[in-house]
Design a protein around this ligand. Structure first.
Ligand code: WQD
Length: 337
């Protein structure tokens, strides 16, 4: 049984990926510093799979703690989610983001080198493309300076990993997510955003009655209804892609030492279309008000995922309506705690 370390494994995408890895027969270790999640997620994972992953509460900025972990366990692959991810916060606290996201990454890579762990999956982001000139976005679309320090930590992270694998016998895959949405089928795992910044978590706060209306940031974009377009990809489909990616490396099927794959639905949806999709899926009215554009927002982004389809044998399966339903199920279950 192969041992996989999932950093940030109690987080939103991380926890879904831990479940998928366990169900695929992997032995999973989790490192998480609980800065953006709660310990209860560990129990929720165990309830789903009946396998309790081994969990360590470690800050990846503490190299000695990371090194001791790798000394204690033979790790066959690492899936690295652990990072701060609030775009707006990264603008006001850039050094906190650069230190946490980059020092954490570097410490994991260094420990891998010192303890002979060879396969690395990096949680990257479509934000590395900035506002791409052409749609859909494919992996050869030129990268641009990301709109935020958060996005820059993803772009710099990819560059660090590329230099690292070229100097060692390691192999890596960077997965560039578009906009993750949804929850697991029984609604027990989800995106815990105490202060919702992303669109769907904010809509959930309105649906549950904590907020009164949605501020729609701009309706003067050059799109069908004037609101910005994103590619909303279900978290369960993202988890599936991570299992396929680590299997690819473990079987030495990668064609280059670092590979990049876009993970999106391939469909662009405007903000108002997401509101409509949520309302239709859950029969709940979401009041909204048009506000000025949000600083740093791009007009549109949606993926060409054909490379992941070809090389990872992956494709998005979950319809948007289902993602809206599972997201709502999670919010309702969360409130019942
Ligand atoms: C989506 C659209 C907003 C909130 C996210 C993550 C980032 C990365 C990419 C993974 C935009 C609009 C939002 C609201 C609104 N993911 N909106 N009212 O900015 O595309 O980035 O996905 O790495 O980490 O932040 O997502 O959900 O914040 O915004 O009108 O209250 O919804 O303007 O057009 P974004 P988002």
């Amino acid at each position: 049984m192969k041992n996989i370390l999932v950093t940030g494994g109690l987080g939103y995408i991380g926890s879904h990926t831990v479940v998928a890895l366990q169900q695929a027969g992997f032995n999973v270790f989790i490192i998480d510093d609980l800065s953006n999640t709660i310990i209860n997620v560990w129990e929720k994972i165990t309830e789903i799979t009946n396998i309790q992953p081994i969990f360590y509460n470690i800050d990846l900025k503490d190299y000695n703690a990371v090194s001791v972990f790798f000394q204690s366990h033979k790790i066959d692959g690492v899936i690295h989610f652990a990072a701060y991810k609030a775009v707006g916060e990264s603008v006001t606290k850039p050094l906190m983001y650069y230190r946490n996201n980059l020092v954490g990454l570097i410490n994991v890579l260094q420990a891998m080198e010192e303890h002979d762990a060879n396969n690395f999956i990096f949680s990257s982001s479509c934000t590395v493309y900035g506002q791409a000139d052409e749609m859909p976005i494919h992996e050869n679309t030129p990268l641009k300076k990301p709109e935020s320090p958060y996005g820059n930590t993803k772009k710099m992270g990819e560059e660090i990993i590329e230099d690292f694998v070229n100097a060692t016998n390691k192999n890596a895959i960077a997965l560039r997510y578009f906009n993750p949405v949804g929850s697991n089928i029984n609604g027990t795992l989800g995106d815990l955003q105490p202060i919702p910044t992303n669109l769907v978590p904010y809509i959930l706060q309105i649906a549950i009655g904590n907020k009164s209306k949605l501020n729609v940031f701009g309706n003067d974009y050059n799109t069908k209804d004037g609101t910005a377009i994103r590619d909303y990809i279900d978290v369960n489909d993202l988890a599936d892609a991570h299992v396929k990616a680590i299997q690819r490396l473990l079987l030495n099927q990668n064609k280059t030492k670092i590979e990049y794959f876009n993970l999106g639905s391939g469909t662009g949806s405007t903000v108002l279309e997401i509101v409509q999709a949520f309302e239709n899926a859950n029969h709940i009215k979401i009041p909204f008000e048009i506000k000025p554009r949000r600083a740093g927002d791009i007009e549109q982004a949606y993926a060409d995922y054909s490379l992941a389809q070809k090389e990872l044998n992956w494709c998005p399966k979950t319809p948007l309506q289902k993602s809206m339903q599972t997201a709502w199920n999670f919010q309702k279950q969360l409130t019942e705690i």
